[in-house]
Design a binder for this molecule. Structure first.
Ligand code: HEM
Length: 511
């Protein structure tokens, strides 16, 4: 009975954390990606002095601010959960997370939120050059804040630069229920920061953010184009975002490939779960299938023979470590790891195809005639959200059953030690199992109660977010003053025409 209650607390706490972090993660990638688009538009305004760029930047800044506010509000919740639900984990990682999160607050959050005020309210109060600088600082601030939290996450995946020490109480090791409480103490700050997966993960996370931010801007712009509203504004926003999305989609394929190689080196059980590769041997690349962890097989498997070995080592015949090299209790859940990983990659493929096609049509000047493709881009923001969420699900579920990943036991010569069944042995003293990481004194009922409360509040927040976005999108950007347009390269006739078109499109909307 007690065992069941403990299990429930672990499972419920995991569900609660997944719920809150997945909701939170709708917003930061959006602001990081949109920040880059705003910098681009403000930069284009400074270069060309065309007020349409300025108006576009103004419009996206308003939406940026809404996303930023909800991102901050939902992010704070998780820091409390570390204390309430994950106290043992917090004690273990406190030294590492404390410094990383403090760095985030000092270097990134203040930068971002300080300059945000200038970005949102400073349009007619500061010079155009300084406003561009504020946009740059907000964008950099949001990128910096992702650095520190990603460092913390990467450390728990591939810990480095620390040693495990007992926690002391009155000079004696602190013991709870017969267990000595351990914690990681930083011995080399930069080795902790640049642990083996930080750089790979950061690059990948940023590219995912850029894709989402760009997809969001393209979705709203495509909608305006389909409704024949704010045409010029929408075409420019779409083109800038398309450029970002195309470069990022191609780059994420390369970054993902490098990351998969790194995962194989540092967490081979995770990669085996991603690919549902049960038996060590030639590595086939499963494109689609239904993994069955009990039967240790993939039903209806559509696979490229030797494809996994080819991608990992450039050799299709080379042996790839499978899940059989790990004790059952050390294996991650296969189905969820496999599906989330494959969903992310399928969406990555979709973005490469869709953005390249759109670029080709844009260069030929025919993109905005293809209404079906514009509809595809209206909808594409959903898969962009999904890929970011699925990527994290894969990375975090694939890390199980560990919350802080332990190294393998090694012989004096440094080769991994295997048990009698030829399986890897983790050095458990250096890591922490998820089941051991929860707080000892919370009940399943308390966690369940807070899940219901969070679900209700988040549902409300979501409705408010959609409502505010809907208001802002319906209102659209403000019309551009033709006198200012004239100064820009287009000349008086063009300015007057675009002003007229804009008035007409506003009238159409009102009708
Ligand atoms: C195109 C092919 C792609 C490949 C080969 C790929 C590969 C990977 C791999 C191997 C991981 C796990 C890393 C780990 O557990 O340490 C991962 C995680 C992740 N992926 Fe992808 N990915 C691709 C596309 C995408 C796309 C399109 C997005 C988002 C738009 C995305 C977003 C993420 C995120 C947010 C994570 C979790 C953070 C991390 O561990 O990097 N990925 N990806």
């Amino acid at each position: 009975m007690t065992m069941l209650a403990e299990l429930d607390v672990v499972l419920l706490s995991r569900i609660q954390f997944a719920l809150t972090i997945m909701f939170h993660y709708l917003f930061p990638p959006l602001t990081i990606g949109m920040g880059v688009v705003i910098v681009y538009l403000e930069g284009m305004f400074l270069r060309t002095r065309d007020p349409l760029y300025e108006e576009a930047a103004r419009f996206w800044t308003k939406i940026f601010a809404v996303n930023f506010a909800i991102g901050v509000a939902t992010g704070i919740v998780m820091e409390f959960e570390f204390g309430t639900n994950w106290a043992t984990y917090s004690r273990f990682v406190g030294d590492v997370f404390g410094s990383a999160l403090a760095a985030e607050g000092i270097f990134a959050f203040f930068l971002e939120s300080g300059f945000l005020a200038v970005l949102v309210f400073g349009w007619d109060k500061v010079s155009q050059g300084f406003h561009f600088f504020a946009a740059l600082m907000v964008s950099l601030g949001s990128i910096f804040s992702s650095i520190w939290i990603t460092v913390a996450n990467s450390w728990q995946q591939t810990p480095a630069g620390h040693e495990i020490v007992p926690m002391l109480r009155d000079g004696e090791p602190w013991v709870i229920n017969g267990e000595v409480i351990r914690r990681a103490e930083i011995t080399d700050f930069w080795a902790m920061v640049f642990n083996p997966s930080t750089v790979h993960r950061l690059v990948h996370v940023w590219l995912g953010c850029f894709i989402l931010g760009a997809a969001f801007v393209m979705s709203i712009s495509a909608w305006y184009l389909l409704k024949n509203r704010h045409r010029e504004f929408a075409e420019r926003s779409f083109t800038g975002a398309l450029l970002l999305a195309t470069i990022s989609s191609l780059a994420i394929l390369v970054s993902g490939h490098k990351q998969a190689q790194n995962v194989y080196e540092t967490q081979p059980a995770k990669l085996a779960a991603f690919e549902a590769h049960f038996q060590t041997g030639k590595g086939d690349l499963s494109l689609f299938g239904i993994p069955d962890a009990d039967e240790e097989t993939v039903h209806m498997n559509l696979a490229i023979p030797g494809g996994l070995g080819l991608l990992l080592f450039g050799d299709s015949e080379k042996e790839v470590i499978g899940l059989d090299k790990f004790r059952k209790e050390d294996r991650p859940p296969v189905a969820l790891s496999y599906y989330s990983y494959h969903l992310m990659i399928a969406i990555g493929g979709f973005f490469i195809f869709a953005t390249l096609l759109a670029c080709w049509l844009r260069i030929r000047g025919r993109l905005f005639e293809h209404r079906w493709l514009l509809w595809v881009f209206v909808a594409a923001v959903v898969p962009a959200f999904l890929a970011n969420e699925a990527g994290w699900v894969a990375a975090e579920v694939g890390r199980q059953p560990w919350i802080v990943y332990p190294p393998f036991e090694k012989s004096e010569e440094g080769t991994p030690q295997l048990n009698d069944n030829g399986q890897f042995i983790y050095d458990e003293t250096q890591g922490l199992r998820t089941t051991e990481a929860v707080s000892q004194f919370i009940s399943a009922g308390q966690v369940m109660g807070s899940i219901i409360m969070f679900a209700a509040i988040y549902m409300l927040l979501f409705v408010i977010w959609v409502y505010v976005l809907h208001q802002k999108i319906t209102h659209g950007p403000e019309p551009v003053d033709p006198a200012r347009s004239k100064i820009a390269s287009g000349g008086a006739m063009e300015a007057a025409t675009s002003w007229q078109q804009h008035r007409e499109s506003l009238t159409n909307t009102q009708e």
